[in-house]
Design a protein around this ligand. Structure first.
Ligand SMILES: Cc1cc2nc3c(=O)[nH]c(=O)nc-3n(C[C@H](O)[C@H](O)[C@H](O)COP(=O)(O)OP(=O)(O)OC[C@H]3O[C@@H](n4cnc5c(N)ncnc54)[C@H](O)[C@@H]3O)c2cc1C
Length: 430
């Protein structure tokens, strides 16, 4: 019996495992995770921090789930290295498994840049896993101020949750952008106002150079010399793909340097090894215009393709290989400060007269909406506060629907979205 091994049990790895099982009922499938929990939604970690959710609420596939799918789930075991000549996966305890095909879905981690002193102190924590969350929760009762380094989605979700727990929260960003993976300039402004309303201090265009304290964090020093007292430093910057176990595995070091390099089949240069999710080198372009990494939906979509192609490889049916189209449609969805946010396609209008931007902001109701057009087709959609039109716009973008009939009314808040649904139902002939 052929053996497919998947390293990683999150968006990409989990999706890969269930896809492979759907495609081949007899294949031996093993999913490996260094985390003890089953697969869980990272975007709900902030909900646990805030006490709205329990850990068990965010786990969507546990041991029992995998047992029912006849998938071997190896949890709490870290892969130390792989040997691509012998097809071995070796764990830290030196035990090993042999694979016929391998899918690497090991994600990425945040880390303190090497030039920063004091990174090993107790209280310097990421915000990516249940274990990070446990560390934060343990320190909270004896902490007053939390500094969050990085303006990405995860850090801001943590900021919002900790503020609700009545902690003093400061967010430090090296540039002036907040959640650049989801929002455009107006959306960022909108979010900055929300931070100010919540009394979360935003310290922009600064970096941390030193972390003070004996063994515990007591303060951080910024590159302008300012020292800020804090008890917890949440690091949400400097994302690095988890590829350490691929060093000296037979991969060309260049192919793993910035993440794992793959082709359109999500296949690496080593034919029986595929990869998916945040571990990938970010090289795909939506509509040839923009990169987007760090998305649950994208990781899942890639997990599905990697699995289909790994199964086709094992069954020697290369003609069935699925192509990962650098997604015609990027999707990122989030919840922050009780505001839902969604972005589809491109979020920033390219500097090209072929593109047009329509936008609407209502600060009273906290609603922000933006549509980016290329000619008479929608290529981007951003909505904050009200994301009900997500599916309609997703289809309009994907089907490249001609919206000339409704263009002038698109951004009108009272616009009847039924008209859009009709356009989708009866696409205008090209
Ligand atoms: C707090 C937070 C909130 C987020 N919110 C959103 C959101 O609202 N919307 C959105 O689209 N995206 C969101 N994201 C991003 C999204 O969660 C990621 O893009 C997604 O999890 C990537 O999935 P992945 O499977 O590629 O990798 P990961 O989720 O990183 O999973 C990789 C897994 O592999 C394991 N692993 C790594 N190395 C080894 C090894 N050597 N041996 C064994 N196991 C290993 C890791 O421990 C991990 O469990 C959020 C992320 C975070 C952290």
């Amino acid at each position: 019996m052929k053996h497919l091994i998947i390293i990683g049990n999150s968006a990409a790895g989990h999706k890969a495992a269930i896809t492979a099982r759907e495609l081949d009922s007899s294949l031996k499938i093993s999913v490996i995770s260094d985390e003890k929990a089953g697969a869980y939604s990272r975007n709900l970690l902030a909900g646990v921090l805030e006490n709205n959710l329990k850990f068990r609420d965010i786990v969507f596939a546990d041991e029992k789930f995998y047992e029912q799918k006849n998938i071997q789930f190896i949890s709490g075991k870290k892969v130390e290295k792989i040997n691509t000549n012998k097809n071995w996966v070796t764990f830290i305890d030196k035990t090993r498994l042999v694979y016929d095909a391998l899918i690497v879905a090991s994600g990425m981690s945040m880390s303190v840049p090497k030039c920063v002193k004091g990174a090993a102190k107790h209280g310097v924590i990421g915000f990516r896993s249940i274990s990070d969350l446990n560390d934060i929760i343990q320190l909270m009762p004896i902490s007053h101020t939390v500094c969050i380094w990085g303006g990405g989605l995860a850090g801001l979700q943590a900021a919002a949750a900790l503020k609700k727990k009545r902690m003093e929260v400061k967010v430090i960003i090296s540039g002036d952008k907040l959640m650049p993976e989801i929002l455009d300039e107006n959306g960022e402004e909108f979010l900055k106002n929300r931070l100010a309303q919540q009394e979360i201090e935003l310290i922009a265009e600064k970096n941390i150079v030193d972390i003070f304290g004996d063994s515990d964090v007591k303060a951080i020093k910024l590159d302008n010399g300012k020292v800020i007292a804090c008890d917890i430093l949440i690091v949400n910057t400097n994302f690095l793909p988890n590829t350490k176990f691929l060093d000296e595995s037979g991969f060309d070091p260049e192919a793993i340097k910035q993440g794992l390099a793959v082709d359109v089949f999500l296949q690496t240069k080593i034919p029986n090894i595929f990869a998916a999710g945040d571990v990938l080198e970010v090289s795909d372009k939506t509509l040839g215009l923009i990169d987007q990494a760090n998305s649950w939906f994208k990781a899942e979509a890639q997990g599905k393709i990697a699995a289909a192609n790994a199964v086709a490889f094992l069954e020697k049916k290369d003609e069935l290989k699925a192509v990962y189209e650098p997604q015609r449609i990027n999707v990122a969805e989030s919840q922050i400060f009780d505001l839902a946010a969604v972005c589809l396609g491109i979020t920033r209008k390219p500097d090209d007269p072929a593109f047009e931007e329509l936008s609407f902001v209502d600060e009273e109701t906290n609603v922000y909406k933006k549509i980016i057009l290329c000619g008479l087709k929608i290529v981007g959609f951003v909505a904050v506060g009200n994301t009900q039109e997500r599916d309609i716009f997703s289809q309009l973008i994907e089907q490249q629907t001609d919206i000339s009939q409704v263009k002038d009314d698109l951004i009108d808040q009272d616009f009847n979205s039924e008209l859009l649904k009709q356009l989708i139902a009866k696409p205008i002939a090209a």
